[in-house]
Design a protein around this ligand. Structure first.
Ligand code: GLY
Length: 367
């Protein structure tokens, strides 16, 4: 068992990483919340694999349990779905001391966290992430929210969970494409501030692809430590936490262009490479870094060009820039980028000319 502390004063919590963790979660509930109902929010895909096992570990203690299944995918991150589930909970007499468990990937986590933050003006929630993306990134740090017609995650809250329980074994049931898509976020951490981690990942590429249990546990632990340090420094993303958006300015524009019919992590993979390209154009980093990262992405079968993401689309650089400009989270007329001085040395670039952005994107039409 590995434990990572997220130190945030009265909002501090632990991340516990352990195989076959469900029994520990039920025992934790028994020790801390004996009188509370366990409200388990999950989606139908996750439920298929895990809900029986999860519920039976709780049944041992004869707790009051309620299971709520939402539809898989981003469409559930909607205020109307929040309202529907909130009303269901209220009708079943939810209490302020009840605990919401988010059993699933990023969508379930973001949805459940947001609901927990508003129902009865806030009840406790615990993350039980089952995808690589949610285990290394979205379940830690308290970003919660839903989407609107103007963009993703534009309604939400910073609301920290009271614990995160991670079972690396759940990765086994994840489709390979989804697993590798989550890996982009792992690579991101190494590029932000840990060159040694990058080389270690590169060395272990084959074991990563085959979901080697020891390697994956090591990766999850390392990423959770890294995220907890960043979140402790800058919980509300006023500056330092923005580094976690490496590759994301490009990725969000790509996702919008493809009407979100692309895996987030695959767009991040191309977005990361674009950010390195832009760093080279601005004379901030060496071309060899680009080659190293691209070769690593090739080894782990992640996309490296826009054509890899969608070969039928007529890609248009101006349209991607327009998507960046319409990003509602932008605070001034400049588009912010997270760029690299070196592998393991990311920084925030506040001002880049449109021409340089344009030239960068153009290079990804054919590669
Ligand atoms: N996923 C980026 C963050 O939590 O800030």
């Amino acid at each position: 068992m590995k434990t990572v502390n997220v130190s945030l004063k009265d909002r501090s919590y632990q991340i516990i990483i352990k195989k076959n963790i469900f029994a520990n979660i039920a025992a934790h509930h028994f020790s801390n919340y004996k009188k509370s109902k366990a409200i388990i929010i999950t989606d139908k895909n996750v439920a298929k694999h895990y809900i029986k096992k999860f519920v039976s570990s709780f049944n041992k203690y004869k707790f009051d349990i309620q299971v709520i299944e939402i539809l898989p995918g981003e469409k559930s991150k909607d205020l109307l779905v929040i309202k529907k589930v909130a009303e269901k909970l209220l009708k079943s007499n939810v209490k302020r001391n009840d605990i919401i468990y988010a059993l699933g990937g990023g969508v379930v986590g973001d949805f459940s966290g947001f609901l927990a933050s508003i129902i009865l003006r806030g009840i406790k929630f615990i993350q039980v992430p089952t995808t690589l993306l949610s285990q290394v990134d979205s379940s830690v740090g308290g970003k919660t929210g839903v989407n609107t017609s103007t963009g993703k995650n534009l309604i939400g809250s910073f609301y920290q969970p009271t614990a995160v329980f991670i079972d690396p074994n759940t990765l086994k049931s994840l489709p390979q494409k989804e697993f590798m898509s989550g890996y982009s976020e792992v690579l991101k951490y190494s590029l932000i501030n840990d060159k040694k981690f990058f080389y270690w990942l590169d060395l272990n590429s084959n074991k990563i692809i085959s979901k080697n249990s020891k390697i994956m546990t090591e990766i999850i632990n390392n990423c959770c430590i890294k995220k907890s340090i960043i979140v402790k420094k800058d919980e509300k993303e006023l500056n330092h936490r923005m580094l976690l958006n490496l590759g994301h300015t490009f990725a969000h524009a790509i996702e919008k262009e493809l009407k979100y019919k692309v895996k987030h992590g695959e767009a991040v993979s191309v977005g990361i490479l674009m950010a390195i390209r832009l760093s080279i154009l601005l004379n901030k980093t060496k071309h060899t870094n680009y080659n190293l990262i691209k070769s690593h992405l090739n080894k782990v079968n992640l996309p490296t060009s826009l054509i890899c993401l969608n070969s039928k689309k007529k890609w248009n650089a101006r349209s991607l820039i327009r998507n960046m400009l319409s990003d509602k989270k932008r605070v001034d007329k400049n588009i912010k980028f997270i760029l690299l001085h070196d592998i393991g040395k990311a920084y925030i670039e506040n001002s880049v000319s449109y021409e340089k952005i344009y030239l960068t994107i153009k290079e990804f039409f054919n590669e």
